[in-house]
Design a protein around this ligand. Structure first.
Ligand SMILES: NC(=O)c1ccc[n+]([C@@H]2O[C@H](COP(=O)([O-])OP(=O)(O)OC[C@H]3O[C@@H](n4cnc5c(N)ncnc54)[C@H](OP(=O)(O)O)[C@@H]3O)[C@@H](O)[C@H]2O)c1
Length: 290
């Protein structure tokens, strides 16, 4: 089966290329090869390459920058999926798309289910929600996989930032009142390939929105502590910096972050048997790659 991957040079895109199972002919295009905001380029490439499935890993992911750059964020995160959806519908093929925990307000106390009301608090989350809706409106056969706190050996993420800061400083402060689920880019890629394999075998999927993130939930502070402990044990850093727990208001950012980002992933488990990956084991693998 021929699969077109857009945003192929990002964290998840990179893992999708690396982890493609046998039986898939994978065409990965980065932003320089295919700009998903360009509707005619998308239509032309889909017509030329004739994929049987599209996986969209492209997104505008600069959460703070999006606050002052909403036009670009909406162009990539809303219009991009709409362009892909239209081109896919035209060819009668499905789109697997990735979205985010930031579509929620973050004021819940239970893990978010797919059917829970959305309420993004910033431009990034609002543009990603608009992308989910634009894809649903343009392409009947689609899956939206919402994930959270993505990390990997390739690209920029919290793990890499912590390792860099840990080398520069003896002490650092990390927010302890925001909770979520770190998710390796590799585990998202594996989940998407499992869905692609079901599609390949069955000719269809139960279309719609699913949640997929790592387990267990933690705070950024807890995640930082685990990163330093594991990096030290792996010999990546010579000593662990002191990590101080701080409140969100002590670390102001242009975009408001959800205090509670935990996703309930039971639907994907029930329907497709896809289990959330333990992020501590995934972190070990990523640190070994680094
Ligand atoms: N990172 C997280 O913590 C997180 C959390 C929850 C959900 N997600 C979602 O997970 C998905 C993958 O995220 P990621 O972490 O892999 O992001 P990433 O590393 O920032 O990769 C995104 C990729 O999209 C590309 N891109 C940007 N604009 C494009 C355009 N107009 N046309 C084509 N490609 C374009 C970027 O290329 P350039 O670099 O060349 O612009 C980049 O390679 C996204 O849908 C994101 O919203 C991420």
């Amino acid at each position: 089966m021929r699969v077109l991957i857009t945003g192929a040079r990002g964290q998840v895109g990179h893992e999708l290329l690396r982890l493609a199972p046998e039986g898939f002919d994978v065409l990965g295009l980065g932003s320089a090869e295919l700009d998903i905001t360009d509707a005619s380029a998308v239509a032309r490439e889909v017509e030329r390459l004739r994929p049987q499935l599209i996986i969209n890993a492209a997104a505008y992911t600069a959460v703070d920058k999006a606050e002052s750059d909403p036009e670009r964020a909406y162009a990539v995160n809303r219009d991009g999926p709409a362009n892909l959806g239209r081109a896919a519908e035209q060819r009668g093929i499905p789109v697997l798309h990735i979205s985010t925990d930031y579509v929620f307000s973050g004021d819940a106390a239970q893990p978010y289910r797919e059917s829970d009301p959305t309420g993004p608090t910033g431009v990034y989350g609002a543009s990603k929600l608009a992308g989910e809706q634009a894809l649903a409106a343009s392409c009947r056969r689609h899956v939206v996989l919402r994930s959270s706190w993505v990390f990997g050996a390739h690209g920029n993420n919290f793990v890499k930032t912590m390792l860099r800061l840990g080398q520069e400083r003896d002490e650092l402060s990390v927010v302890a009142d925001q909770h979520g689920c770190p998710t390796s880019a590799a585990s998202i890629a594996r989940a998407l390939w499992t869905l692609a394999q079901h599609y390949q075998q069955e000719g269809g999927l139960r279309w719609g929105i699913y949640h997929y993130s790592g387990t267990p939930a933690c705070s950024w502070y807890g995640f930082a502590q685990a990163i330093f402990q594991q990096a030290h044990a792996a010999g990546l850093i010579s000593r662990q910096p002191v990590v101080h727990a701080i409140a969100t208001e002590q670390y102001p950012t242009p975009a408001k972050r959800p205090a509670w980002s935990v996703l309930d992933c039971s639907l994907l488990r029930q329907v497709y048997g896809i289990e959330p990956a333990d992020w501590r084991a995934e972190l070990n693998t990523v640190l070994a790659e680094l």
